[in-house]
Design a protein around this ligand. Structure first.
Ligand code: FMN
Ligand code: SF4
Length: 658
């Protein structure tokens, strides 16, 4: 492995070896575009793998350029700090940190997509065949969702970008690059592949504009070259900018290899520091014949060898570099300067160490489960991972899904407004930075309800404007309703993950809501206990303890003044501690997180012990777990411990049922 482990450089940056962890979109970001704990863990693992460069994939330069509502966003300065944490993790673990900037163009999750050219009737037949090909790569049960998703997306492809749109997106790429540099990334990559906006401008298939942005190969290069120019003008010289390039779009009317090589030469001339090669795009990579070609180990080597004859900047190869021997041979044969590993590193993050030590690599089996997941808007999971890891990731992403962070606040009396103000001031749990809704229902026919509601709304608007920059609060006043539970359940269908109610024992529908809310909705029973910041978390040490840990961290995000106490009732403390360590380890939670184990005496039930603990410890907040979650199986824990506990709490207790 002489060459694979020899140093290299990109644009003056030193690389410790020739392995690049390619951009592989994970779908792990939070719905508002921020970095999630799962993401930190994932990139720590990738950086520790020993790769010389780790590329953070598919970071959107604008809200309407996200490939999914789980893509990272870099369209505002506030996001710099979040991204800095990721860059630091990658660098501290010995890799060069590179961020790939993207605008998804027609494939963005938005009602107003940006397209070089509008969708034409002539494209419909073509698109149907693409969809058919795509279907063949998905399990039968998932095909319906995919069709609906594709149809919804294509319905928005009716308008081409104006010149102003084009200029604006170019500027956005430049601004995002500056933010990436401010966040500490060493290198930037422009995503010109897979069929997103930049590739849409480059491809004659999707760019049918006249000059200056289309009509000839030269004009089709203008958009990406202008972006590169904009970036080079705005960021320091010592930060290299590379390009993800399609070397063959695999269709007659798409980007040919000759065109790609001409473009590559131009990129080098404009200051690109490296080229990261790919083939195909969404519309072609699922054609059965292409799928077969892409299954072969090292399928890109002929094309990259050809490319290398025309440029002097480093070329990164991608595509089924399954074995270290193949990677070494590729370098020895001068078919590439650097070896890109996407799925092989996903399947086995120890690929590089094992290559060095001649260990047995867990090979990527080209099943594309990982790809199917992200194409369906889910998170990356590799079929090669142990089931316990796959389950953990499903749980994590489930909780942090769009619902997980959207809050519905139900206010039914003037007294509720006072409690809500307190919670909003304390930022518990209403601190989500994304769209929340307040529902006002004058249940008791209070005379001044509307007037007080208006005052409260005014207060909220001002408070949110000043303190929560990204927030938008929707206020709905409902005049009458016979079926309050039904009404709230209807609203929950609008993808809310938290519902806040202000509890009193006389409202039986609130009690029912605690029991009947969908399993993926966290119900917050809000009170203003003087000890709000003393939080008890009784847990049963099942997987659902993760939900409690995550709800706790989400609700009291960034609050160092809050005291958490995890507690478990067990007759076998050693076994319980063992399970606790496994949970912390499996969920990569701070290993120092303490668990108090209470050994029951013979007379008291678990519920009684926990009620006692709550009262004696004077806890003001409780985070109570429930089962069901992912499977929607009727939760087993209700009807027993949690329900008894909830009933025994004073009204003012802040209880979260997650
Ligand atoms: C799940 C998945 C997500 C991907 N996301 C990206 C991406 O965000 N940006 C990109 O340039 N390529 C992306 N790719 C393509 C990979 O970087 C790589 O080019 C491709 O998987 C072939 O290389 P491999 O065989 O080493 O995986 C993705 C591939 C997969 C399977
Ligand atoms: S899910 Fe399949 S294709 Fe994807 S990395 Fe794992 S083994 Fe490879």
């Amino acid at each position: 492995m002489d060459m694979l482990f020899s140093p290299a450089t990109i644009g003056g940056l030193k690389l410790k070896n020739r392995v690049v962890a390619l951009p592989v979109f994970t779908g792990y970001a939070l719905p508002d575009g921020r970095v999630s704990p799962l993401m930190m863990q994932h990139y720590r693992r990738l950086a520790k793998s020993g790769a010389a460069v780790v590329v953070l994939p598919n970071v959107a330069v604008s809200e309407n350029g996200r490939t999914s509502d789980r893509s990272l966003l870099l369209d505002r300065d506030e996001q710099i700090d979040e991204l800095r944490r990721l860059a630091r993790i990658i660098k501290n673990n010995g890799a060069v940190a590179c961020v790939q900037l993207n605008h998804a163009g027609r494939y963005a999750v938005t009602d107003n997509p940006m397209l070089p050219s509008a969708f034409e009737a002539a494209e419909i037949a073509d698109s149907i065949s693409t969809l058919k090909n795509l279907m063949g790569n998905f399990p039968f049960v998932k095909r319906f969702g995919l069709t609906a998703h594709a149809a919804k997306m294509a319905a928005g492809w009716m308008q081409e970008m104006t010149d102003a749109d084009i200029q604006q997106t170019i500027t956005m790429f430049g601004e995002a690059a500056c933010r990436a540099v401010a966040a500490g990334f060493d290198m930037i990559e422009l995503h010109g592949a897979t069929g997103y906006l930049i590739a849409q401008f480059l491809s004659p298939r999707t760019n049918r504009r006249a000059a200056p942005w289309g009509g000839s190969p030269d004009a089709r290069m203008r958009y990406p070259l202008n972006i590169l120019e904009e970036m080079r003008a705005r960021i320091p010289e010592n930060v290299p900018v590379g390009f993800r390039l399609i070397l063959d779009e695999k269709t007659e009317d798409g980007i040919s290899t000759d065109q790609a090589i001409e473009f590559a030469k131009r990129l080098e001339h404009y200051g690109a520091a490296y080229l990261s090669a790919t083939v195909g795009a969404y519309q072609t990579m699922f054609i059965p014949n292409v799928v077969k070609q892409l299954a072969k180990p090292g399928y890109l080597s002929k094309l990259t060898k050809q490319l290398k004859k025309h440029v002097t900047i480093p070329v990164i190869i991608s595509g089924r570099m399954v074995a270290p021997k193949l990677a070494e041979k590729t370098l020895q044969n001068q078919e590439a300067d650097l070896i890109g590993l996407g799925r092989p590193l996903l399947a086995d993050p120890e690929w590089i160490t094992k290559a060095q030590e001649k260990g047995k690599i867990i090979a990527c089996k080209n099943c594309n489960t990982c790809f199917q997941n992200v194409a369906l808007g889910e998170s990356v999971i590799c079929d090669r991972w142990p089931k316990v890891v796959q389950d953990r990731i499903k749980l994590e992403t489930h909780f942090t899904s769009r619902h997980g962070y959207r809050t519905l606040i139900v206010l039914t009396s003037i007294a509720d407004f006072t409690i809500a103000r307190t919670h909003i001031r304390q930022r518990v749990p209403i601190h989500t930075n994304i769209f929340d809704r307040q529902l006002f229902i004058n249940v008791n026919g209070e005379k001044d309800f509307d007037k007080e509601a208006e005052k409260y709304i005014e207060w909220c608007n001002q408070y949110f404007r000043e303190n929560l920059k990204r927030s938008k609060l929707e206020n709905l006043i409902v005049r009458e309703s016979q079926d309050l539970l039904g009404l709230v359940m209807e609203h929950l269908k609008d993808r809310f993950g938290f519902v806040v109610i202000f509890y009193n024992e006389t409202a039986s529908w609130k009690e029912e809501l605690l029991l009947k809310a969908p399993a993926d909705v966290v119900v917050v029973r809000s009170g203003v206990h003087p000890n709000l910041k003393k939080v008890l978390i009784p847990c049963d040490l099942s997987d659902f303890t993760l939900m409690q840990i995550r709800v706790a961290l989400h609700t009291f995000h960034g609050r160092s003044d809050v005291e958490f106490r995890y507690v478990h009732v067990s007759k076998s403390p050693d076994q319980a501690m063992n399970n606790w360590s496994k949970i912390l380890d499996n969920f990569e939670t701070d290993p120092a997180t303490k668990l108090r184990i209470i050994q029951p005496d013979d007379d008291a039930t678990v519920a009684e012990i926990l009620i006692n603990e709550t009262q004696n410890g004077e806890y003001g907040s409780l985070i109570i777990g429930r089962r069901g979650g992912l499977t929607h199986v009727r939760r087993r824990i209700f009807g027993s411990v949690s329900e008894q506990l909830l009933h025994a709490l004073p009204e003012c207790t802040f209880a979260i049922v997650g």
